[in-house]
Design a protein around this ligand. Structure first.
Ligand SMILES: Nc1ncnc2c1ncn2[C@@H]1O[C@H](COP(=O)(O)OP(=O)(O)OP(=O)(O)O)[C@@H](O)[C@H]1O
Ligand SMILES: Nc1ccn([C@@H]2O[C@H](COP(=O)(O)O)[C@@H](O)[C@H]2O)c(=O)n1
Ligand SMILES: [Mg+2]
Length: 206
C-alpha cells in the first residue's frame, strides 16, 4: 500500500504511554559507496544472526512501484543519484520497523546525509548501536555496479558518477561523524565477499 504521507509518524505509536517494541530496537546502520556490498553482506548477516534487514533504497523503489503520489519524484531522484527528502525515507523505515514486529535491524544505505541522520534521530529517537562502513575504491565499485545486472535504472555510468559525488560530499561526512562518536566499524570491502563477511561477522558474534 502506498505510504500515506498525511499519516503523522506519531500515529505509528499506538499509545503514547506504551513505547512500541521497535522504538527500543537495536539498530545498526550499514554505509558504503554504491556497489560496496551493503546488500550482499546484510543478506549474509540475516542468515547468521537474528537481525531484520531494511534497505532504504529498496523501500524507496517499492514506494515507486506502489503507485505512491511521490513515486515520480522518488524515481527521478534515484535516476539522478540524488537523496530523497528525509521525511519520506524515515517514514518508510519507521513504518517497516513498526510492521515487522522485530527489534534488531540492519538499516542499509542510511543515513546518506546530515538531514537523514537528524530526522531519524528526531522521529525514531533511536541511536545506532554502531555503524558498519564498507570501504572500497571507486574503480572497484564501478566495476561491480556495471556487472550487477539487476535491471536498476541507476546502474549506468552517468548515474554512478553522480552517486559517487553524492557519497563523497554527503555521506562521507556522516561516516566521519560516527567515527568521532566512536561508533564506526570500518571494513575493507575490496576483498572477496567471503573474506569481507569473515570480518563482518566478528562484530555481531559477541
Ligand atoms: N566483496 C565483493 N567482491 C566482489 N563483488 C561483490 C562483493 N560484494 C558484492 N559484490 C557484488 O557487487 C554488486 C554490488 O553489491 P551490493 O548490491 O551488495 O552493493 P550495495 O552496496 O548494496 O550497492 P547499492 O548501494 O548500489 O545498492 C553485486 O553484483 C554483488 O554481487
Ligand atoms: N537514505 C537513502 C537511501 C537511498 N536513497 C536513494 O535510493 C538510491 C539507491 O539506494 P541504494 O542504497 O539501493 O543504492 C540512492 O542512490 C538514492 O537516490 C535515498 O534517497 N536516501
Ligand atoms: Mg544495495
Amino acid at each position: 500500500m502506498a505510504l500515506i504521507m498525511e499519516t503523522p509518524v506519531d500515529a505509528l505509536i499506538k499509545d503514547e504511554h506504551e513505547t512500541p517494541k521497535w522504538k527500543k530496537s537495536t539498530v545498526v546502520f550499514v554505509l558504503g559507496g554504491p556497489g560496496s556490498g551493503k546488500g550482499t553482506q546484510c543478506a549474509n548477516l540475516v542468515k547468521h544472526f537474528s537481525y531484520t534487514h531494511f534497505s532504504a533504497g529498496d523501500l524507496l523503489r517499492a514506494e515507486i512501484k506502489s503507485g505512491s503520489q511521490f513515486g515520480a519524484m522518488i524515481q527521478s531522484m534515484i535516476v539522478d543519484g540524488r537523496i530523497v527528502p528525509s521525511e519520506i525515507t524515515v517514514k518508510l523505515l519507521c513504518k517497516a520497523m513498526e510492521e515487522s514486529g522485530d527489534d534488531k535491524f540492519l538499516i542499509d544505505g542510511f543515513p546518506r546525509n546530515e538531514e537523514n541522520r537528524i530526522v531519524f534521530e528526531n522521529v525514531a529517537k533511536i541511536e545506532p548501536a554502531f555503524v558498519l562502513f564498507f570501504d572500497c575504491p571507486e574503480d572497484e565499485l564501478e566495476r561491480r555496479i556495471m556487472s550487477r545486472n539487476q535491471g536498476r535504472e541507476d546502474d549506468n555510468i552517468e548515474t554512478i558518477k553522480k552517486r559517487f559525488k553524492v557519497f563523497v560530499e554527503s555521506t562521507l561526512p556522516i561516516i566521519s561523524y560516527y567515527e568521532s562518536k566512536g561508533k564506526l566499524r570500518k571494513i575493507n570491502a575490496a576483498k572477496p565477499s567471503e573474506e569481507v563477511f569473515e570480518a563482518v561477522k566478528v562484530l555481531f558474534a559477541s
